[in-house]
Every structure is written in C-alpha cells, then in structure tokens.
Design a protein around this ligand. Structure first.
Ligand code: SF4
Length: 391
C-alpha cells in the first residue's frame, strides 16, 4: 500500500471513532510522519529541529488531504513543519512574536479587551492541529490549564463592562474543550444581557471535522443559540480543504442555528493565485460558509519570511480574483490586523495603497473609519513598511 493510501485509510476511519480517541491518533513526531510522507534523512533531521521549537500536531483526517508525491502540496505547507521556520526574520523584513499587540491589551484571566465593544477570551491554548502559519505561534501548543479555570473571572469582567457587546471565545480552539467545560463557559455568558452575540473561533470544521459529529456538542450549541446568536468564525485557506467531511461538519453547525463565517489568510505557496482564491470563496459558499475576512499574513517570527505576500502583489491578486466572483463570494474584506486596529485594504490607485481603518484601540476612537494612503513598495508586506502619503 502506498503511503498516500495509508493516510487515506487513516482518514477514512475518522467517522467511526470517538473524537477524543481520534485526537490521540494525531501525528506528532517526525517518525510517525515518515510512515505517511516520504522524507529524506536530511529532511527528517531538520524537521525534528523545527518541531522541537514549534510542536507538530496533525489530525489523521487532515494528513489524508496531502498529496505525498507533491513536496509543494498546499495542505502540506499548512500542516507539516518546514525548515523555513528556522528563519526568525528574512527577506520580508522584521518580525515579532506579538504582531497584533495582544499582550498590551491583556486584562488577565485570558481576556483581551482591544476594542470597547469586543472582548476576546482565550479559552484554551490547545488546537487539534498546530498550523504552521499561526499568528499566535508563540503560545499555541503550550500546556496551560489556567485558562479554563479563569473563565469565570473573565465572565465577571465582561459582566462588569457594559460597553462590551460581543465576546469572541478564542485560543487555541475552544471547540476542542470537553463539552462539559464548554457548557460551563457558555453558561457564564448566557445571562449577560449587554452581550448581543457570542463567537467561538474554531478550525475544527477544517482540520478535525470529527469533533462536530458529537451530538452533545451540537445540542449544547443549539440550546445556547436559542438565547443568544452564536457565530463560528472558521479558517479555510485552500479549496482542497473543502471536502465532504468539512461540508458535514459545517452542516451540523448550521443545523444548530450557528452562522459560520470564514477568516482566511493570504499565504505564499498556498492560496496566492487568482484561481485558488476564487475556488476558495466559491467553495465556501457551496458548503454554507460566508467569506468574511482575508487577512494579510502578519509579520510573525518563523512565519513571515516564507508565507507573506508583498502588498503590491496581494492587492492586485485580490482585485483580479474579485472580478471573477459573484456578490456573495466577494463579500469578504481584505484585512490588516494591526496593533493600531483593523484596517481594510480597499485597493490601489497607481502605486498608492488605499486603506480604511475599521476598528481602533481604546482611546483612539477618532482613528476609526479614517482613510489611510500609503506608498506601495516592491517588497513591503506590512503597514509599517509603506511610507505615509500626504494628500
Ligand atoms: S487552529 Fe488557529 S490558533 Fe490553532 S494553530 Fe491553527 S491558526 Fe493557530
């Protein structure tokens, strides 16, 4: 049997096993990986060095989406460590471990209160897969039980801050918590009248759809949704991730009344082509997921050098792809998630990039809704790389 068949066979079993048992079958070592993907002795040694710094964790289902004969397979790039990750910063410029400025807005108990109306709570730091492009790479995969215990304190903070209109439960992947723990967390939010809705950020529909086969989880989400609307922002990056299994996972969420929105990241070698972006947005609509954001890849350590696309190239790519999309497919916003707030990349006029700031930090509300113009450069991949333009 070829290694592809082995991986495929492994992925075929995903529906039969209990999700927690299935999670234990994840591929976490280079020697396990070797039985699914061909690796040279040199590659094995190098990959172990990378995995020692940022752990590898790949569900069998997701591994089965990789074509083992293609070293440039896009799913492989998202899941399998690469020696490029040994480069802290490279051709694209400086990097940081905290590009979104999360640490500055940390109120303790896992709460990030960056915008007056939104609170983000880190509910867990565990994910069913450790994505190689993760912008929370510095913390994902670290053992931390503290976050679960402190959720009640986080809920107290939210209850006391009546300006908070919505909560994002994030991580990590909160859907990977045991259903009982998730129930306690949702219960703590259910009675807070000033919350209009709750979001649970999860990549499980994409990388670990087995989690959504749990009836108890779906019942819990449906029950909460009767009191407060529940949204699941998810994270499909490539049309090869839109499988029958992913469709079923999304369908199960939708059967609980949950709205599923997608937040993709523009990634070099993964989705940086007009055809791939178009197929991604069209494919999402086919399975009932709303295209919502396409993020510019952040200047993250061990990520930026090999994944970030220069803005000059990215803005044209997105505009050309949008020309092929219908209205629902092109509803997504092309976004820079910056320390100063969230900025929409609207387009370019000649060599000037036009942006609109959508959200601003507390105390800087006058910056919200402003238009920014920056000079495009050949290699600039982040707002700070582009000189300001005075109009
Ligand atoms: S699922 Fe999300 S938080 Fe977890 S590793 Fe992937 S990108 Fe990071």
């Amino acid at each position: 049997m070829s290694s592809n068949n082995t991986a495929q066979k492994a992925s075929d079993n995903w529906r039969d096993s209990d999700w927690q048992e299935e999670l234990k079958q994840n591929i976490t070592t280079v020697s396990e990986l070797e039985s699914h993907l061909p690796l040279s002795a040199e590659e094995k040694k190098a990959l172990q060095g990378v995995a020692d710094r940022h752990p590898m964790n790949i569900p069998r289902y997701y591994l089965g989406l990789i074509d083992p004969s293609d070293p440039n397979d896009p799913i492989r790039k998202l899941a399998v460590p690469s020696t490029d990750e040994l480069i802290l910063a490279g051709a694209m410029g400086e990097t940081t471990g905290d590009p979104y400025g999360d640490d500055k807005h940390d109120k303790g108990n896992g709460i990030l209160h960056k915008y007056p109306y939104t609170a983000l709570v880190v509910a867990t730091e565990y994910c069913s897969m450790y994505c190689r492009h993760c912008f929370r790479k510095r913390m994902v995969g670290l053992p931390n039980d503290q976050t679960v215990q402190s959720f009640q304190q986080a809920a107290k903070y939210i209850a006391e801050h009546t300006e908070i209109k919505n909560v994002v439960m994030s991580g990590g992947d909160p859907l990977l918590l045991p259903t009982a723990a998730l129930r306690d967390m949702l219960e703590a939010l259910r009675g807070i009248d000033h919350l209009n809705y709750v979001r649970i950020g999860s990549r499980a529909p994409v990388v670990f759809p087995a989690r959504l086969l749990d009836d108890e989880l779906i019942d819990l989400l449906a029950e909460f949704n009767r009191d407060k609307p529940l949204y699941v922002p998810t994270h499909f990056n490539h049309p090869n991730e839109i499988t029958e299994e992913a469709r079923i996972a999304v369908q199960r969420l939708r059967s609980a009344g949950v709205t599923v929105n997608n937040q993709a990241v523009l990634l070099r070698g993964v989705n940086d082509s007009v055809d791939t972006l178009t197929a991604l947005m069209d494919g999402l609509l086919q399975i009932g997921v709303n295209p919502y954001y396409l993020y510019q890849c952040m200047p993250v350590e061990r990520v930026r050098h090999h994944f970030q696309v220069p803005l000059k190239e990215g803005v044209d790519l997105v505009d050309n792809a949008r020309r092929k999309m219908d209205g629902y497919a092109k509803r997504f916003k092309f976004i820079i998630g910056h320390d100063i707030g969230k900025l929409e990349i609207c387009g370019r006029i000649d060599d000037k990039l036009i942006l609109k700031q959508l959200h601003a930090r507390p105390g800087h509300q006058d910056e919200s809704s402003r238009i920014l113009v920056r000079q495009l450069t050949d290699n600039g991949g982040w707002l700070d790389d582009l000189p300001e333009v005075q109009l």
